[in-house]
Design a protein around this ligand. Structure first.
Ligand SMILES: Cc1ncc(C[n+]2csc(CCOP(=O)(O)OP(=O)(O)O)c2C)c(N)n1
Ligand SMILES: [Mg+2]
Length: 278
């Protein structure tokens, strides 16, 4: 539930710790996706520690809000968020991508708190629509959130789902685009430009908010506005930086799916500790 007084400094402290834990777990496993995990840290914290109704001790509580992390390769930021929220022990993070671990290379329902398996891009928004329609049919107030990548929304299936959501007036759907400017092999603007992105979503019948996705005040305001916007779904275009907080990773496609070695991890943590990412 939203806290009455929001302590932005404590959210910023979490963001610092999350980045460190993400890098440590990917270093330990020797593989994983740091870039798109680091860009989504503030988004995930704002959802799980501010906006969403959820119960870590009762992950299947029927009135919970649901998040579909459609860009399923960012399991590190999902795992760190769920562990810190209390869905499972933080010790498990050390077993990320190890045989027998419930922390997988892509987001998986084996992990306590995960709603849907993802990895094949472009499917999450349709799932969120289904959850939202279900809520309306059941007269329930829970909401469906969907986090997508900017490269991901080049997929046609996203726009089919966007049409469906506005046609059915799914005001209980809130999509968030992690607009971190980079996809697997380069810049989104060069590979397949999304602009004018606000106009695209508006023309598909959505309420659109474009914000700085590393700014907690902006995220909180946008998530609150989405909740009170009626008659249409809301998309938050979160302008972010892929690899945020670690200069040698920032906006570098090479760090889309690559583990930092011991030396790189040390340098990255030093940089985070120097307060650069706050
Ligand atoms: C349907 C599909 N096509 C291709 C891939 C391979 N793939 C995995 S991540 C990725 C890039 C995604 O870029 P973006 O959505 O911008 O993610 P982020 O920058 O947040 O990591 C691609 C092409 C996939 N997982 N699914
Ligand atoms: Mg991207």
């Amino acid at each position: 539930m939203p806290q009455t007084a929001i302590d932005i400094d404590s959210l910023k402290q979490k963001a610092f710790e999350f980045r460190k834990e993400i890098l440590e777990m990917i270093n330990l496993s020797g593989s994983g996706h740091p870039g798109g995990s680091l860009s989504a840290v503030e988004i995930m914290i704002s959802l799980y520690f501010y906006k969403m109704k959820h119960r870590p001790t009762d992950p299947h509580w029927e009135d919970r809000d649901r998040l579909i992390v459609s860009k399923g390769h960012v399991s590190p930021v999902v795992d760190v968020t769920l562990a810190n929220a209390g869905y499972f022990s933080k010790d498990e993070l050390k077993r990320f991508r190890k045989m027998g671990s419930f922390l997988q290379g892509h987001v998986h329902t084996k992990t306590p708190g995960v709603e849907f398996n993802t990895g094949s891009l472009g499917h999450g928004l349709a799932v969120a629509n289904g959850i939202a329609i279900g809520a309306k049919l059941l007269n329930k107030s829970f909401r469906a959130f969907c986090l997508m990548g900017d490269g991901e929304i080049q997929e046609g299936s996203v726009w089919e789902a966007a049409m469906t959501a506005s046609h059915h007036k799914l005001d209980n759907v809130c999509a968030i685009v992690d607009y971190n400017q980079v996809q697997e092999n380069g810049l989104v603007s060069e590979i397949k430009n999304l602009e004018p992105l606000t106009k695209k979503w508006e023309s598909f019948g959505w309420h659109v908010l474009s914000i700085n996705g590393h700014d907690f005040d902006a995220l909180i305001k946008a998530l609150d506005e989405a909740e009170v916007t009626k008659g249409k779904p809301t998309v938050i275009i979160a302008n972010t930086v892929k690899g945020k907080g670690v200069e040698f990773m920032e906006l570098k496609a090479a760090w889309h799916g690559k583990a930092p070695n011991a030396e790189q991890l040390k340098a990255a943590i030093q940089e985070l500790e120097s307060g650069r990412s706050k």
